[in-house]
Design a protein around this ligand. Structure first.
Ligand code: NDP
Ligand code: MG
Length: 411
């Protein structure tokens, strides 16, 4: 049980429990601070200024919001991914004594700053891989939202974390739920985990209906407000596919130990079944602030003013099997996980390309898993990929996926 081993045995508590000496502030870098997770993390910082200090903020394009955040939270440094916006950000932050860097390489450098205790990896997609790995290599604790990092390079990332004694705290709500269910269970064997899925906006719809779906409806998630990419992943159920792979790496599980159940109310965030048959579940209203806060403050639970769950308002919590025919993405993820090597990297790259093509109205909704499947069938398989292999495999797959998106993929 990789993650627990390091969380329970090896953890260096940044906060003393409340009965002990005055806690020191935890210095955090928030990568992807202008996104859905990043903004919610800053809400948590705003409510806990005595416990958290922002050291680094980063954005790709949204320079205006990055500047606004930097002026409010006074980080040591900010990184703007788009180098064309460097001068604009630099000029705006000049008199605030905040260092400004630009580009993907700068992100990799900045996470190594000595003053950083924890990195919240909240960049979306493959783009988050290098900075997360660099932070691990530099010995920083990781609060991981960027699930694609583990999907693409789970073996490299977990090996590096093990070697550096780094803890990876899950931010993804399902994985945080499992992590919370495992508290105090270090010596007990997991029989299986049960990942819950809302089913997305098209639960119960058949393939024929899905062929007509447009981005406007796909972007309306019934329970969660998230960035565009993960919202489309939730509609295709690829998000659950990515989460299966993420869970396998975080909790050292075999594919047959992972089950998915559709739970439309999104109140039970996931469950663990132990070998005595007992099941533990973690519950709460669907609000990402809770798992973000749990990861930032682990092992403490800090008071929050988040809305509380009212059982009477939810007289029935329901469960059903996913429809694997209409939504083939979960099976594709299981296939990638079983194949191993760089197959999940191929799956991820193809999915990112197809989702962006769908968001530009270039392919249909059901073309997304078709592009992924074709790329998995035709990609160059590497059994033990290095980081360089992953970068190359991602590049190669994107070229292929773009070709499939341009052609009639369903043909
Ligand atoms: P968003 O799209 O809302 O935000 C993404 C962030 O990453 C933004 O700050 C964006 O900057 C930045 N970014 C985008 N592309 C790049 C790039 N190429 N290089 C560097 N930075 C980049 O995403 P979310 O916050 O929704 O998701 C972030 C991650 O968390 C994803 O991996 C997602 O799967 C995961 N996650 C999200 C959940 C949610 O509720 N949102 C729940 C569970 C997991 P800019 O604003 O300038 O574009
Ligand atoms: Mg999730």
């Amino acid at each position: 049980m990789f993650l627990l081993k390091y969380c329970y045995r090896n953890i260096s508590h940044s906060f003393a429990p409340s009965t002990m000496a005055q806690p020191t502030k935890k210095n955090i870098a928030i990568l992807g601070s202008t996104g859905s997770i990043g903004k919610q993390a800053l809400d948590i910082v705003r409510a806990n200024l005595d416990k958290l200090q922002v050291e680094v903020l980063s954005a790709e394009n949204n320079a205006d919001l990055l500047i606004q955040q930097a002026i409010e939270f006074s980080p040591n440094a900010v990184v703007i991914g788009n180098e064309e916006k460097y001068q604009f950000v630099k000029d705006a932050l000049f008199k605030h004594d905040i260092k400004v860097y630009a580009g993907a390489d700068a992100l990799v450098q900045v996470v190594q700053m000595e003053s950083i205790h924890m990195v919240l990896a909240a960049i979306v997609g493959f783009a988050g891989l290098r900075s997360t790995l660099a932070a691990i290599e530099a010995g920083k604790q990781i609060a991981l939202a960027n699930k694609e990092t583990l999907v693409v390079a789970g073996a490299l990332v977990t090996e590096a974390a093990k070697a550096k004694g780094v803890n990876i705290y899950p931010v993804d709500s399902e994985h945080s739920a499992i992590f919370q269910c495992l508290a105090g269970e270090f010596h007990n064997k997991i029989e299986k985990i049960i990942l819950t899925a809302s089913g997305g906006p098209f639960r119960g719809k058949d393939k024929k209906f899905l062929e007509t779906v447009k981005k406007e409806t796909a972007l309306k998630h019934p329970n969660w407000s998230m960035g565009n990419k993960i919202t489309i992943d939730s509609a295709t159920l690829m998000n659950k596919g990515l989460e299966i792979i993420e869970a396998a790496w975080l909790f050292a599980l075999k594919p047959e130990q992972i089950e998915v159940i559709v739970h439309p109310q999104s109140i039970i965030h996931s469950m663990v079944q132990f070998e005595d048959g007992s099941i533990k579940a973690q519950m709460g209203l669907p609000d990402m602030k809770l798992p973000i806060q749990y990861a930032l403050f682990y092992p403490l639970r800090v008071h929050s003013s988040f809305p509380r769950f009212d059982f009477a308002a939810y007289p029935s919590l329901t469960f059903e099997k996913p429809d694997y025919t209409a939504f083939p993405s979960i099976q594709l993820a299981f296939d990638a996980m079983k194949k191993g090597g760089n197959m999940a990297c191929i799956l991820n790259a193809a999915n990112e390309v197809a989702v962006h093509a769908f968001l530009r109205d270039e392919v249909g909704f059901t073309d997304i898993p078709t592009v992924v499947k074709k790329c998995m069938e035709q990609g160059t398989f590497i059994e033990k990929p290095t980081l360089a292999d992953h970068l190359e495999s991602d590049k190669e797959t994107r070229v292929k996926a773009i070709e499939f998106c341009k052609k009639n993929v369903s043909a």
